[in-house]
Structure formats: structure tokens, C-alpha cells
Design a protein around this ligand. Structure first.
Ligand SMILES: C[S@@+](CC[C@H](N)C(=O)[O-])C[C@H]1O[C@@H](n2cnc3c(N)ncnc32)[C@H](O)[C@@H]1O
Length: 294
């Protein structure tokens, strides 16, 4: 049985080997262009950031507004000149958006590749930020240091999600908000793709326990998976993970619903009437967007 330090080390190494490139798989820097051909870009180049961001923005189309990318979930105006922390910045796309909107950004990630790439991005786009390697379960910051903190698709990869959420609580000032995206264990899409198709139809549940199924099929490459992915339930969010926060609110995000329906049948998702698509998103969405106050 691996101890906590070994598990953390394997998580760190895995994400450094397969960083969040938004290519066809983690770590891959080949992208499909609109004309159907592939383009290969050099990781860390301006072209890489622009191409990867385009895919990331595309997946999250429904969260943007006239205020900017992810303007529906982030209140950029409120935090101009204020201190904002991101835990698990990956390639730094969200951190860049916060910096572009005038926040004082601190961004951390467990893996060194993410940190060097985010630093490079800030250099290329001429932005200021404090970007460091750090573990979300033991943040190197004082209590009450930040006006806002967020984390996107990260804390379910850390072995002790509860401790990571407790750290967010500790480092934001009293009255401050946090925003956390976590994978949703009860999502119909998650259950269909991972538990039903991979687990049941492909009989993988004979060989893999629920953690291994989630790690391989929810956010791994499909051969090996990653060391740790533990999607959460809403109940866990309210009663265990965010119990010390006030005004906890959960929104189901439908990140890929439209995209997946389009893959099943040409333009099915795009042509679905909005109320129906919203109903699918409410039940199917892969992720939970949790907001809460200290
Ligand atoms: C799925 S990626 C998400 C990255 C970025 N937020 C995005 O959406 O592109 C997960 C990231 O979490 C980082 N990570 C995993 N465990 C962590 C921890 N305990 N503390 C900080 N970062 C962690 C990984 O290194 C990886 O960069």
C-alpha cells in the first residue's frame, strides 16, 4: 500500500508527464484545425497557448459573456486590484484572464511543468503574477491572505480533497468567496460513460475499483489513467467538504453535453431546443461549480 507522500509524488509526476495541453489527450500538442487538418505546435510557444486556449474556451462556450471568458462564473469587476488565488493552474489560461482583468494573481500547481508553463505564458503575454509550485493540501500562504480563491478541475485529483478545501477556507479572508469545480459522481453522463460503458459494457469493473475506473476513464489517458480521480457527490459537498463554509451553492455545469450530443448525431446538441438542452445539462453535466463564503 502506497503512503500519502508516494501517492502525491505519483500524481505530481503524472501531471508533469501529461500536462493540460487540451490536445487529443493530456500531454499531446496536436490540434485539429477548422479545415480538418492537424497542426502540431511547440509546447510553451505563443502558438501553443493560443491554440490550447481556443479548445478550452470552446469547451466552455456557455460560461463566457460580454465581460470576458468565464465571465458568467467569475466576477472580474469585483476583484480589480484585489488578491486572487488559483489552485491547480495547469497551463495558466484562467490565471491569465484574471490578470488581464486587473486582479493581483497568485497561481499554484503541484507539478513543475504547469508552473514553468504558466510562468512562460505570463512572460509572453506580459502579465504580472506570483506563480509557484505548491500543494493545494498545504498552501504556503498565511491565513486570510486572499480576497478570492478558485480551483478548476483539480481538487478531485488530490488524495485529500477535504484538506484542500479546508486550505482554501484558511487562506481567504473572512467574508470572501471561493469557487471550485469538481467532477460529479452522480452525473448521468459520468455514470453512462464511465460506470456503464467502461465499467459494465466493457467489463472493466471486473478489474478496476471505482477509483481506478474514475482515474482511468474520467480524466486519464485511456491506456493507463491517472493516479487519482475521485468525483464527488452533492451530499459530500454540503455535509463533508464545504461544511465549514456559509452560503454553499452548487451549479451543475454541462461542459460537454452539447458537444457529445453532436458526436452522437450530427448537430443533435446544437439543434436541441434550449430548455431541453438545459434539462440535459442539469442532469447530465459532468462537473459541479461550487461557490461558498467564509
Ligand atoms: C485536470 S488539470 C486542471 C488544470 C487547470 N485548472 C485547467 O483546467 O486546465 C489538474 C491539475 O491539478 C494539479 N494538481 C493535482 N493535485 C494537486 C494538488 N494537490 N495541489 C495543486 N495542484 C494539483 C495537476 O498538477 C494538474 O495541473
Amino acid at each position: 500500500m502506497e503512503n500519502q507522500a508516494d501517492i502525491k509524488q505519483s500524481i505530481r509526476e503524472w501531471w508533469a508527464s501529461y500536462p493540460m495541453t487540451y490536445g487529443s489527450e493530456h500531454g499531446v500538442t496536436t490540434y485539429l484545425k477548422e479545415d480538418g487538418t492537424n497542426v502540431q505546435v511547440e509546447i510553451g510557444s505563443r502558438e501553443f497557448f493560443e491554440t490550447a486556449d481556443k479548445t478550452f474556451y470552446g469547451w466552455n462556450e456557455s460560461k463566457h459573456n460580454e465581460k470576458g471568458y468565464f465571465g458568467k462564473i467569475f466576477n472580474y469587476d469585483k476583484y480589480v486590484g484585489k488578491s486572487v488565488l488559483e489552485v491547480g493552474c495547469g497551463m495558466g489560461c484562467m490565471a491569465m484572464n484574471w490578470a488581464n482583468h486587473g486582479a493581483r494573481v497568485t497561481a499554484v500547481d503541484l507539478n513543475p511543468v504547469a508552473v514553468s508553463m504558466t510562468k512562460k505564458r505570463f512572460e509572453i503575454f506580459d502579465l504580472d503574477g506570483d506563480i509557484r509550485e505548491a500543494d493545494g493540501e498545504r498552501l504556503p500562504f498565511e491565513d486570510n491572505a486572499f480576497d478570492y480563491a478558485y480551483s478548476w478541475g483539480v481538487l478531485h485529483h488530490s488524495p485529500n480533497t477535504k484538506q484542500s478545501v479546508a486550505e482554501l477556507y484558511r487562506v481567504v479572508r473572512p467574508g470572501a468567496s471561493v469557487g471550485v469545480m469538481l467532477y460529479h459522481r452522480r452525473s448521468l453522463m459520468y455514470r453512462f460513460l464511465t460506470e456503464y460503458v467502461d465499467g459494465y459494457v466493457n467489463m472493466e469493473s471486473q478489474f478496476l475499483n471505482p477509483l481506478e475506473l474514475a482515474s482511468r476513464y474520467a480524466d486519464g489517458d485511456r491506456r493507463e489513467g491517472n493516479p487519482h480521480t475521485w468525483p464527488v457527490t452533492k451530499q459530500e459537498v454540503y455535509t463533508r467538504l464545504f461544511a465549514q463554509f456559509r452560503n454553499v451553492r452548487i451549479d451543475m455545469l454541462g461542459t460537454e453535453v452539447e458537444l457529445i450530443l453532436n458526436q452522437w448525431a450530427r448537430n443533435l446538441g446544437t439543434n436541441l431546443p434550449r430548455p431541453l438542452l438545459d434539462a440535459c445539462i442539469r442532469r447530465w453535466g459532468w462537473s459541479l461549480w461550487i461557490t461558498a463564503e467564509k
